[in-house]
Design a binder for this molecule. Structure first.
Ligand SMILES: Cc1cc2nc3c(=O)[nH]c(=O)nc-3n(C[C@H](O)[C@H](O)[C@H](O)COP(=O)(O)OP(=O)(O)OC[C@H]3O[C@@H](n4cnc5c(N)ncnc54)[C@H](O)[C@@H]3O)c2cc1C
Length: 456
């Protein structure tokens, strides 16, 4: 489908509610926008002063199912997340000339309304909102995990977790959510997992919509119906998506949050590079990027011209081959990148971590729910009997078994799409673009349909 074929639909402000927000206003301010009604709900999340949000400039897209996972946590929390993030609407893969290779319009992949869709939100904002729903003091910062000691499978007792600061904590279940270079996984596997280099380097950053200058008009037209686009060239690609504003703690009202700043565009660029590639000391990455994408269709050069060179992150991309379940043992399991670090091609790594946590919470909740077994199960403690321990361990293995096939499928598809997106020779690029253009839209939609279908 072409841009023209989508004419006559709603304007950007209607599709993208965050475009209507004014800058730096409290979430609870009345009457500005119907999403402001959510402000009161946001305030009801507040149980405690705010923990410090961690720094991080990366932004994440959440697919519909990660979005649904969010709603299952609680309506107010979900409302807060949707009030801050930018909804994911239509978008597509394009050639470097700007014509569509694959177009995902909101009607074709089950995306009928804002809350059935996904949303894009910065990691910092998402964390800020999620922390708001936690009891005060339940998160401690700056402590590095070192090792764990767990009772043998099926045996009562607690898992002991040692930190680099010399402290030891006890818990009933240990969930290693410590990322692609997970130490918990290392101990489970008896050594570091093999990471594969993707052959690509990624640059990324964010910039306010208003900074795009003359390109902004083009961009606003583009996101009339779209919220994302990715342009495929020869061994390089460039993408961007609208990401909403930033949620920050409201200093004036402990526990409150504010939407700060104006709506942002998150951008990223990939290039094929050997693993030995290094950024040159003092090299201006902005100049490098502007040269690399100079021939791309608008608004790519405009976005790159407008970006803040000091805010560019650059890094090599690694991933893990999918591993079959079980990921864990006894009362220790893994979640997110620790279990299944995948290429970021489909923007799904964070989404999969969110889905993991919903599935894990469901399983553990059922294992300790009243009526699930012994009294100990109803009041978890160190005195688990063998039956209660058995239920917890079974819950962890069911969680791993249910998540492994889906995460492996997303990881494999991420590798396949990356191979196409990063094709380098003239012939491979011609073949790729021709096949994409000739592929019926329904067939293109079919390959991504499963991403939007999940019943936790
Ligand atoms: C370029 C790029 C773009 C991406 N884009 C998207 C996207 O658009 N959408 C999406 O959904 N995903 C995206 N991802 C993937 C996403 O970033 C990851 O999948 C996600 O962050 C995984 O979350 P996690 O919590 O499992 O791990 P992480 O986010 O890596 O978090 C792990 C945490 O554990 C901490 N930690 C590590 N070691 C220790 C230790 N020893 N002790 C204590 N703490 C420790 C770390 O400090 C960190 O806070 C992208 C990734 C990349 C590289």
């Amino acid at each position: 489908m072409t841009t023209a074929a989508r004419g006559g639909k709603k304007g950007p402000a209607e599709w993208n509610p965050f475009l209507r927000r004014s800058h730096s206003r409290p979430l609870r301010a009345p009457k500005l926008h119907n999403k402001q009604a959510n402000a009161e709900k946001v305030l009801r999340l507040l149980q405690s002063p705010w923990p410090p949000a961690r720094d991080g400039s990366d932004s994440s897209g959440c697919s519909g199912d990660a979005g649904r996972a969010g709603r299952a946590i609680g309506a107010s929390l979900s409302d807060a997340i949707y009030a801050v993030g930018g909804p994911i609407m239509s978008g597509g893969f394009r050639s470097d000339r700007g014509d569509y290779l694959y177009y995902a319009d909101i009607d074709s992949v089950g995306l009928q309304d804002v809350k059935s869709n996904g949303l894009s939100i910065s990691r910092r904002s998402l964390q800020t909102i999620l922390y708001s729903a936690l009891p005060y003091g339940c998160v401690s910062y700056g402590r590095r995990f070192q090792s764990f000691t767990a009772p043998p499978s099926g045996q009562p007792g607690r898992v002991q977790v040692a930190f680099e600061d010399g402290g030891v904590e006890e818990c009933d279940v240990l969930v290693g959510a410590d990322g692609i270079r997970s130490k918990v996984r290392e101990q489970l596997l008896g050594g570091p997992a093999e990471l594969r280099y993707s052959g690509t380097v990624c640059w990324r950053g964010r910039l306010p919509l208003s900074r795009i200058g003359r390109g902004a008009q083009w961009l606003l037209q583009l996101i009339n119906n779209d919220s994302w686009a990715e342009y495929w060239g020869k061994g390089i690609r460039f993408g961007f998506f609208t990401v909403g504003a930033e949620a920050t703690p409201d200093e004036a009202a402990p526990g409150g949050i504010r939407i700060e700043g104006e709506p942002q565009v998150a951008w990223y660029a990939f290039a094929n590079r050997p693993e030995t590639w290094k950024t040159e000391p003092g090299a201006d990455e902005a100049v490098r990027l502007r040269e690399m994408f100079a021939g791309f269709s608008s608004p790519v050069p405009e976005l790159l011209a407008a970006m803040d060179p000091s805010g560019v992150n650059v890094g090599k991309i690694f991933y893990q081959e999918p591993r079959p379940d079980p990921w864990g043992a006894g009362r220790v399991t893994l979640l997110g990148d620790a279990a299944h670090a995948m290429l970021p091609t489909l923007g799904q790594g964070g989404c999969m971590a969110i889905e993991d946590s919903l599935e894990l919470a469901n399983e553990l909740g059922a294992a300790v729910a009243p009526g699930s077994g012994s009294a100990e199960a109803e009041a978890p403690s160190t005195s688990y009997d063998a039956a209660a321990v058995g239920r917890l361990e079974a819950a962890l293995r069911r969680y791993e078994a249910s998540r492994a096939p889906r995460t492996a499928r997303v990881a494999e598809q991420s590798v396949q799409v990356a191979a196409l997106a990063m094709a380098e020779s003239d012939f491979a690029v011609w073949l790729r673009n021709t096949i994409y253009r000739l592929t019926p839209k329904w067939a293109g939609d079919k390959q991504f349909e499963y991403l939007f279908k999940l019943t936790p």
